[in-house]
Write a protein that binds this ligand. Structure first.
Ligand code: NDP
Length: 306
């Protein structure tokens, strides 16, 4: 019987993940179909309940549900616990396990950007949403000693810092107000700049002015389209990567969790490129809006994390 893997989001009409994962199943002869489930928040609990059936290998979860599904899991991994978000679900019998593969996806993207150079220890991060949480956890576990977070709404950046309080107790993780002069001062002290805002996704805007970029920077933009920030950073002589490697490697990690097999990266990368050329955008491409309040039940589930 064909096994099912579903992407649960709202909206999910166009998904790069679908093209990438189906190509991977087909290339390895795995009898599985990747389906898109557009579920409004009110339908989420029932949708997750369905996944307990034998016909499912698991699921991906995307905006706006990554945080909401946490209390619906029977167990969550350390990365899902640390970020407070689940983007991949696997089954252990009838039990559901929540994972966060954005974290390993980000780490691969960062490694590729830094290349053979020594991994820096300081980073400036723009944004404080779900993507930013995966970035912060990745940077902390990579051994960064100083991470400065700028966000339009400062309280959200402060919430992020508080969330990581314990795991960042040995290093400096700070939220700072979004002022160009402060960002410029911080950029002069760092080599790594990460954009985890959605600015530039649908418009030709950059989160920061071109003049404050410099050639010493390595810039990782989580957005996987060409953006103004990326072109400004290249023009300034900086090393630049977009979000494609993160998207590919989070997908590869999910594939391995569902199937137990190494992901066919070449096949997935080619499918991603074809889908992008055809104008598809990932469901990840839509900003999620306001953060979801974390229910007390999340903490209970988190305490059970394995
Ligand atoms: P969220 O909606 O959770 O966060 C959006 C962030 O963008 C917030 O920090 C928000 O600030 C900021 N923002 C949005 N609009 C503006 C604006 N006009 N001015 C200033 N700040 C703004 O989204 P995610 O964290 O899930 O995603 C963020 C980006 O990262 C998206 O573009 C997404 O495509 C990308 N991403 C890529 C991944 C990959 O695999 N490559 C994985 C995950 C995300 P505020 O809090 O003040 O509203």
């Amino acid at each position: 019987m064909t096994k099912r893997v579903v992407l649960i989001g709202h909206p999910v009409a166009h998904s790069l993940s679908g093209a990438m994962q189906q190509a991977a199943f087909d290339s390895l002869g795995i009898d599985a179909a990747y389906e898109l489930w557009d579920k409004a928040p009110i339908e989420l609990t029932d949708a997750i309940g369905e996944l307990r059936g034998d016909g499912f290998l698991g699921a991906n979860v995307t905006i706006p549900h990554k945080e909401r599904v946490v209390p619906l899991m029977d167990r969550i991994t350390e990365e899902a616990h640390a970020t407070g978000a689940v983007n991949t679900i696997t089954r252990e019998g009838k039990r559901l396990v929540g994972h966060n593969t954005d974290v390993p996806g980000f780490k691969v993207a960062l490694d590729k950007l830094v290349g053979k150079q020594k991994m820096p220890r300081h980073a400036v991060l723009l944004g404080a949403g779900g993507g930013a949480r995966a970035v912060v956890h990745g940077l902390i576990t990579e051994g960064f000693q100083r991470i400065i977070v700028f966000n339009r709404h400062l309280h959200r950046a402060e919430g992020l810092v508080k969330h990581f309080g314990r795991s960042a107790s040995h290093m400096e993780l700070r939220a700072m107000p979004w002022h160009e002069s402060i960002i410029e001062a911080e950029l002069s002290k760092t080599k790594i700049l990460i954009n985890a805002t959605s600015i530039g996704l649908t418009t030709d805007e950059s989160p920061i002015p071109a003049e404050i970029l410099n050639s010493d920077l390595m810039v990782l933009d989580l957005i996987y389209a060409q953006t103004r920030l990326q072109s400004d950073a290249k023009a300034a002589g900086a090393a630049v990567s977009d979000g494609e490697a993160m998207l590919l490697h989070q997908g590869a990690a999910s594939f391995t969790l569902w199937t137990g097999q190494p992901a066919p990266l070449d096949v997935m990368g080619a499918a991603l490129a074809t889908a992008r050329a055809g104008g598809l955008r990932s469901a990840e491409g839509e900003p999620t809006g306001e953060p979801v309040a974390v229910e007390p039940a999340v903490e209970a589930a988190a305490g059970d994390a394995g």
